[in-house]
Design a protein around this ligand. Sequence first.
Ligand code: GLU
Length: 471
Amino acid sequence: MAVVTRFAPSPTGYLHIGGARTALYSWLFARQQGGQFVLRIEDTDRERSTEESVQAIFDGMQWLGLAHDEGPFFQTQRFDRYRAVVQQLLDAGLAYHCYCTKEELEALREQQWANKEKPRYNGKCRDGAEPREGVEPVVRFRNPLEGNVVWQDAIKGEISIANTELDDLIIARADGTPTYNLTVVVDDIDMGMTHVVRGDDHINNTPRQINIYQALGAEPPVFAHVPMILGEDGSRLSKRHGAVGVMQYRDDGYLPEAVLNYLVRLGWSHGDQEIFSIEEMIQHFRLENVNRAPSTFNTEKLLWLNQQYIKSVEMSRLLELLPFYLQQAGIDTAEGPSLEAVLSELRERANTLVALAESCRMFYQDFDEYNAGAAKKHLKVSAAEPLTMLKEKLAALANWEAEAIQAVVQQTAETLELGMGKVGMPLRVAVSGSGQSPSIDITLALLGQQRALARIDQALAYVAARAEQAR
Ligand code: GLU
C-alpha cells in the first residue's frame, strides 16, 4: 500500500520548532517510502485560529522546503462531511445525544474530584435520554465498555489502554460543530492516511480515535508518537527558551538546511553522524530509531551546525541567501569588491548569515567612527609613524595583491624596528574600523587601493586629532 502521511497543525500560533520537527519526520518518512505527504490545517477552533498563523505555517514549511503533495486542506471546509459522519454514527447507535447540562457535568466532576476518582462522563444519557427543554444536546461517542485498545506505536512500541479508562467523548458540540477527535479520524480515513506521525501530547487521544476508526469500520493507520522537546532546564520547550516561530530562525541568520539537520538529529540518530544532507536524511531516517525519551534543545549545537553549513555549502547557495541579510543590514554591494571574493574570505568565521552579512559591511561602506576599544588601543599617537610609512609604500604599489601588500607591512615593521602587531593592528583598525577582519593583506587586497588609502588618511587624521588633544 502506498504510504500517505500528513502534517496537521492547528493555526493558533507560529510554526514552532517542535511542530517543524514533527512535520520533518512525517515528510521524511513519506519521501523515503515514495509516498504522499499531506498538509492539513486543523482550524475548527475558530476562536483561536488566525489567518496569520495559517500564513506562518505556509511560510515556515516553504522556507524549510517541506513541500506537500496534497492539500492544504482546511477542516473548516469539511463541516458537511463531519456532520454526515456524526449522523451516520447516531443512526447506527454508535453515538448518542446527551442532554446533561454544564452545571450537572460540573457537579459530577467535583464529586469525582472529592472521591479522588478520575474525572469522566458517567454515561447518564448513554442508554437513552429524553430531550430537555432549553437544552441543545451534544453528541457523544459510545465508547466500548470492555476490553483494551492496543496498538503498536512505531516509536513507542506496544501501548495498551483499557476501555474502562476512557469515557464517552463529545464528538459534536451543542452548536453542531465537530470536535478534534472526530474530525481527525474522518480526515485521516478520507485522505487515506497510512501513518500518523505526531507529538506524543496526543497519545491520550489515540485509543479514543482507534475506537472511532473501529466504529466507522476503518483500519487505523500506524501511529508514531514523537516525544517532546525540552528546554535546557528540563521543562517543556517554550518561548522562554527561545522557542520562536521557525521564520525567526531565518531572520536570525540560520540556513534552513542547518535547521533541518538540527531537527532531524534532535531525537533521532544514525550512528554518530552529525551532518546529513536532505538525501541522506531521506535515506537513513527510520521511525523506529526515533528516541522514546524527550530531547533537549541546545542553541549552541544549532549554531555549530549553522556554522558548518556556512563553511561548506556551495558558494552559489551563499550568494542566493545573502542578499536578504545584506538588505536587512542596509549594505549595498553593487559597487566594491565581488561579493563572492569577500564571502570566500569571511565564511569561515561567521556562525550566522546575519553575522556574515555584517562582516561584509566594511568592504562596501565607509565609516567615520571606530570601535572605541580598538581605537583606544591601536590608533594611539605612536601609530602615526607606521601608518604614514604604510600609506606611502602602499600608494606606490603597482600590483595591488595580497602578497605585495604583506611585503609592504613587513618592510615597514623592519624599517621602523617595530613588532608586526604595532604595524598591522593600527592598519587593521584603520581599514576595518573595528580591528576585526580577515588577514590584513587579504582585507586590503579586497578593499582596493583607493579605498584602503583613504581609510589610512582618515585614521591619520584621527591620530593627529588625538595628539592635538593630548597637548
Ligand atoms: N492539530 C493537532 C495539533 O496541532 C494535531 C493533530 C494530529 O496530528 O493528529 O496539535
